[in-house]
Design a binder for this molecule. Structure first.
Ligand SMILES: [Zn+2]
Length: 196
């Protein structure tokens, strides 16, 4: 879906994060990343959670200097440069490094497996449209009967288009925690109209 090479001044400088998400199938249990029972500020992410919660998505992390360009890859998401304003205000895509701008209260985790510190990586704005290339397969979504059906939209959506905060481990084995926050953006307004 997207890829970010962390710049100097961020905790993951020198690393690149690639986010993959399956668009070919849909399961109502896995529309968004699994949530922790306790996700309040300073919480611990239980050992093993980050290696098992990624059911229909994946975060791949590698050293940016190790990257090799693949020439014959047929992309389905059209390339676009991510617009951000690092460390200060939002661009179109979100925010890299600095301090997360929480919609409600601060839910930053402190540790993974009780010992590995967690750092804020980036924040995705709501309603990001990952534009499909011509002929790319449609995203599967649930229709009003709860059955999988192809989306008529010309773009893919990640985690229902909600604001998402990514945190990473500070250790030799880089792992990513994704915390999605509902209640922002157009999607919820359209899908969950206020009955009053
Ligand atoms: Zn799938």
């Amino acid at each position: 879906m997207f890829q970010v090479a962390f710049p100097s001044g961020t905790d993951w400088v020198g690393k690149t994060l690639s986010c993959f998400a399956c668009m070919k199938c849909v399961d109502e249990r896995f529309l968004i990343p699994e949530m922790l029972d306790n996700h309040s500020r300073g919480c611990n992410i239980p050992d093993g959670f980050l290696t098992t919660y990624d059911k229909n998505f994946a975060f791949l992390v590698f050293f940016t200097s190790d990257a090799i360009m693949i020439e014959d890859y047929e992309e389905e998401v059209a390339f676009f440069a991510l617009e951000t304003v690092s460390e200060s205000t939002h661009g179109d895509f979100g925010k890299i490094g600095g301090i997360p701008d929480w919609l409600l209260e601060d839910e930053s985790p402190a540790t993974y497996a009780s010992t590995t510190p967690m750092v804020f990586l980036l924040e995705l704005m709501p309603c990001i449209q990952f534009i499909k290339v011509e002929g790319a397969r449609p995203q599967m979504e649930l229709d009003i009967f709860g059955n999988p059906s192809p989306s008529p939209l010309g773009y893919y959506q990640l985690f229902l288009g909600n604001t998402t905060y990514l945190f990473g481990t500070m250790g030799y084995d880089p792992l990513v925690y994704a915390r999605r926050i509902k209640g922002s953006g157009l999607f919820n307004v359209i899908k969950s109209p206020d009955p009053f």
